[in-house]
Design a protein around this ligand. Structure first.
Ligand code: C2E
Ligand code: CA
Ligand code: CA
Length: 642
């Protein structure tokens, strides 16, 4: 009972420990006003000494204010220095304790000195002493309002001399001191309210700061926190010669979960991903946004092994209220200092490694390596050349027929872009399309190519269709869809003869956006084909929701057709699905007569591949059409005529 009370009492006179945030805020608040306190105290002391000069011995009148002025001068200098390099946490705490100690020393000595001057002159000079004690003390207490302990110390110092003056002073002095005591009580109460508000504000500010660095959904640090932490790690490793790894984790197949099970389920998956990553203790984890997470791994750890663990961890099924979900993850790592020496480049490189994982080794971890460096440089060179390229002169289209393998009729031609760069030579679309997409140049390219293709189409028989590839970026924004529509309308070609091919992965970025874009294209009268079907995490439920007319079964199934019975079974079920959903189906990449016969035997008609013809220039089409009309068709694979 007694001890806790005593402890609480002592607590009133001490700086609050273990609250570095408050100490820092108190330091900052004091730094703004403590110089004023010292100046006021020094000037008032000089004034009091001046008024009492000759009324008391010099050592009483001049000595103490001289020492006092020196002391406040010294303290002022120390604060000016401290304020230049704002102190934080423990250092701020130490400075505050120093303020308390000086408050005791200065408060006691100033009051003692003023009391010594009391009664030396007439009643006016006595009132001056009282004035000095009360006004100076009140002002100092105002200045120390943010450090409650110091204000308490001053109030306590005031108690004995107030009692003394009330007991032994002249009646006028007694009344003045009584009013001072009343004001003191009132202002102490007000200060304690203000102090409570100040502490609350500091807590709120700290909480806001914490929230600004936290991802609300998962409770993990967010991208801002990640960037700050990464910069810290770079600075520390650069100073100590240390090493660390940065990982970018991207979920595969998360979007379908969100779309088919709802956003609640998507959120639950993200929270569980965060929980698994944190529980595994593989490094410092943050959520960077969407389905992307970041990882910082200290030291020499084997990054590929850690990445492998991450992938395995996130592949485990997710049991949700809405049902069970399965996703995957790809990871890209970059190590400091090998991959890069700066935080931003390090993230770029980890992103590049992730991009590699996504495109070549989906569901696994890739560490940025010198080979990627070369690929990055090549991509940069492609981007440079692409920015300078004359799209109309350097780019042209080849056309590959899509045929009905039963009747032999040519149904359409797929336009495939080719680039002959004056600086880089021939560049494959597999190389320049991704770069054009990443650099935002794809839209101009698509428009130029579409104009070319529609021009070429005028020379074809009236029932031949054009199959034209669109990138995800072409359908991402309404303006770009409007641009495509305008080109089709301006060409005067019947939109019913145009098929726009979009890939699964392109559609899955944002199903809502994709749906709107496709619907507005369909309103024009064009057909939509889903390209590379079967290669991604595409959910079959999408097929019902998207306005798709045709599926193009990816070449990879055909490659395995003759040696792997499941491939044929898959193709057969996709054909069944298409029949039920009333969709056209084209199988891509047929190279041999065996493949064609096998596919025909399971009911597949529409095919595309080298067996029928390689992509050819526009002016080779009339000869191809003539040959296709002959009874002996498809003699075998031919070479791509450029
Ligand atoms: P894709 O749309 O799947 O096009 C089919 C690709 O398979 C073409 O490659 C074609 O030459 C090739 N191919 C066709 N038949 C066979 C076959 O029997 N065997 C083999 N091994 N390959 C065959 P290409 O022309 O190199 O184009 C690659 C990809 O680049 C295309 O894949 C498409 O995604 C993209 N692409 C090409 N042109 C454009 C374009 O103008 N715009 C957009 N956005 N993408 C384009
Ligand atoms: Ca295509
Ligand atoms: Ca394809």
């Amino acid at each position: 009972m007694f001890l806790p009370g005593l402890r609480r009492l002592i607590g009133l006179y001490a700086v609050r420990e273990n609250d570095p945030v408050l100490a820092t805020a108190q330091f900052q608040a004091l730094a703004r006003q403590i110089l004023m306190l010292y100046a006021f105290l020094g000037l008032n002391a000089v004034g009091l000494a001046y008024a009492h000069y000759g009324l008391a011995p010099d050592w009483v009148v001049i000595g103490p204010p001289f020492v006092l002025v020196l002391a406040v001068g010294g303290r002022s200098l120390s604060w000016i220095r401290a304020a230049r390099r704002p102190l934080q946490g423990r250092q701020a705490f130490a400075q505050l304790r120093m303020v308390n100690r000086f408050t005791v020393i200065l408060g006691l000595s100033a009051s003692l000195w003023a009391s010594l001057l009391y009664g030396r002159g007439d009643s006016a000079s006595d009132m001056h002493v009282i004035f000095f004690l009360t006004i100076t003390m009140m002002f100092c207490m105002q200045c120390l309002a943010h450090l409650r302990s110091a204000a308490h110390i001053l109030t306590t110092i005031a108690v004995p001399y107030c009692l003394y003056f009330i007991a032994f002073g002249e009646p006028m002095v007694q009344m003045a001191v009584v009013s001072y005591v009343l004001v003191l009580i009132g202002s102490t109460a007000m200060q304690s309210f203000a102090y409570r508000d100040f502490c609350h504000l500091v807590d709120l500010t700290a909480e806001n700061g914490r929230l600004a660095l936290t991802d609300m959904l998962t409770g993990l640090p967010n991208r801002r926190a990640f960037t700050a932490r990464l910069e810290e790690a770079v600075a520390q490793a650069a100073a100590t010669g240390g090493r660390f790894g940065v990982g970018m984790i991207d979920l595969d197949g998360f979007k379908p979960v969100n779309d088919s099970l709802g956003h609640g389920a998507g959120d639950a998956v993200l929270r569980e991903v965060a929980r698994r990553l944190e529980a595994a203790g593989l490094g410092w984890v943050a959520r960077l946004g969407g389905d992307e997470f970041g990882l910082i791994v200290e030291g020499e750890a084997d990054l590929e092994a850690i990445g492998g663990q991450v992938c395995a961890l996130l592949r485990q099924p997710y049991l949700l209220r809405e049902g069970s979900a399965q996703i995957g993850a790809s990871v890209g790592f970059a190590r400091f200092p090998e991959a890069a020496a700066g935080a931003e480049t390090l993230v770029d490189r980890a992103d590049f490694a992730l991009y590699h994982a996504k495109t070549c080794r989906r569901g696994s971890a890739v560490c940025f390596a010198p080979a990627h460096e070369a690929a990055l440089r090549r991509d940069a060179a492609i981007e440079q050349a692409l920015r300078r390229a004359d799209l109309a002169r350097e780019f042209h289209l080849l056309y590959q027929p899509i045929v009905d393998a039963v009747s032999g009729r040519v149904e359409a031609y797929e336009a495939l872009a080719r680039w002959q760069s004056p600086t880089l030579g021939a560049v494959s679309p597999a190389d320049f399309i991704p770069v054009a997409e990443r650099s935002g140049l794809i839209r101009d390219l698509t428009r130029a190519m579409l104009g070319q293709a529609l021009d070429t189409m005028r020379r074809w028989p009236a029932d031949r269709r054009l199959s034209f590839n669109l990138s995800a970026h072409d359908i991402a924004a309404p303006e770009s869809v409007d641009g495509l529509t305008a080109i089709v309308v301006a060409s005067g070609i019947d939109p019913g003869r145009i098929v726009f091919e979009v890939t699964e992965s392109g559609l899955m970025r944002d199903l809502g956006d994709a749906n709107r874009a496709l619907a507005s294209l369909k309103a024009l009268g064009v057909k939509i084909a889903l390209d590379d079907f079967g290669t991604g995490y595409f959910s079959l439920s999408y097929l019902q929701r998207l306005p798709v007319d045709r599926l193009k079964i990816d070449r990879s199934f055909v490659t395995r057709l003759t040696e792997d019975a499941t491939s044929l079974a898959i193709v057969r079920s996709i054909l069944d699905l298409c029949r039920h959903l009333d969709l056209d189906c084209v199988v891509e990449g047929i190279e041999t007569a065996d493949q064609m016969l096998l596919l025909r035997s399971v009911g597949c008609r529409m095919m595309q591949g080298y067996l029928f013809h390689r992509p050819m220039p526009a002016d080779a089409i009339p000869a191809f059409e003539a040959a296709a009309a002959e009874p002996t068709r498809w003699p075998g694979p031919c070479s791509e005529a450029a």
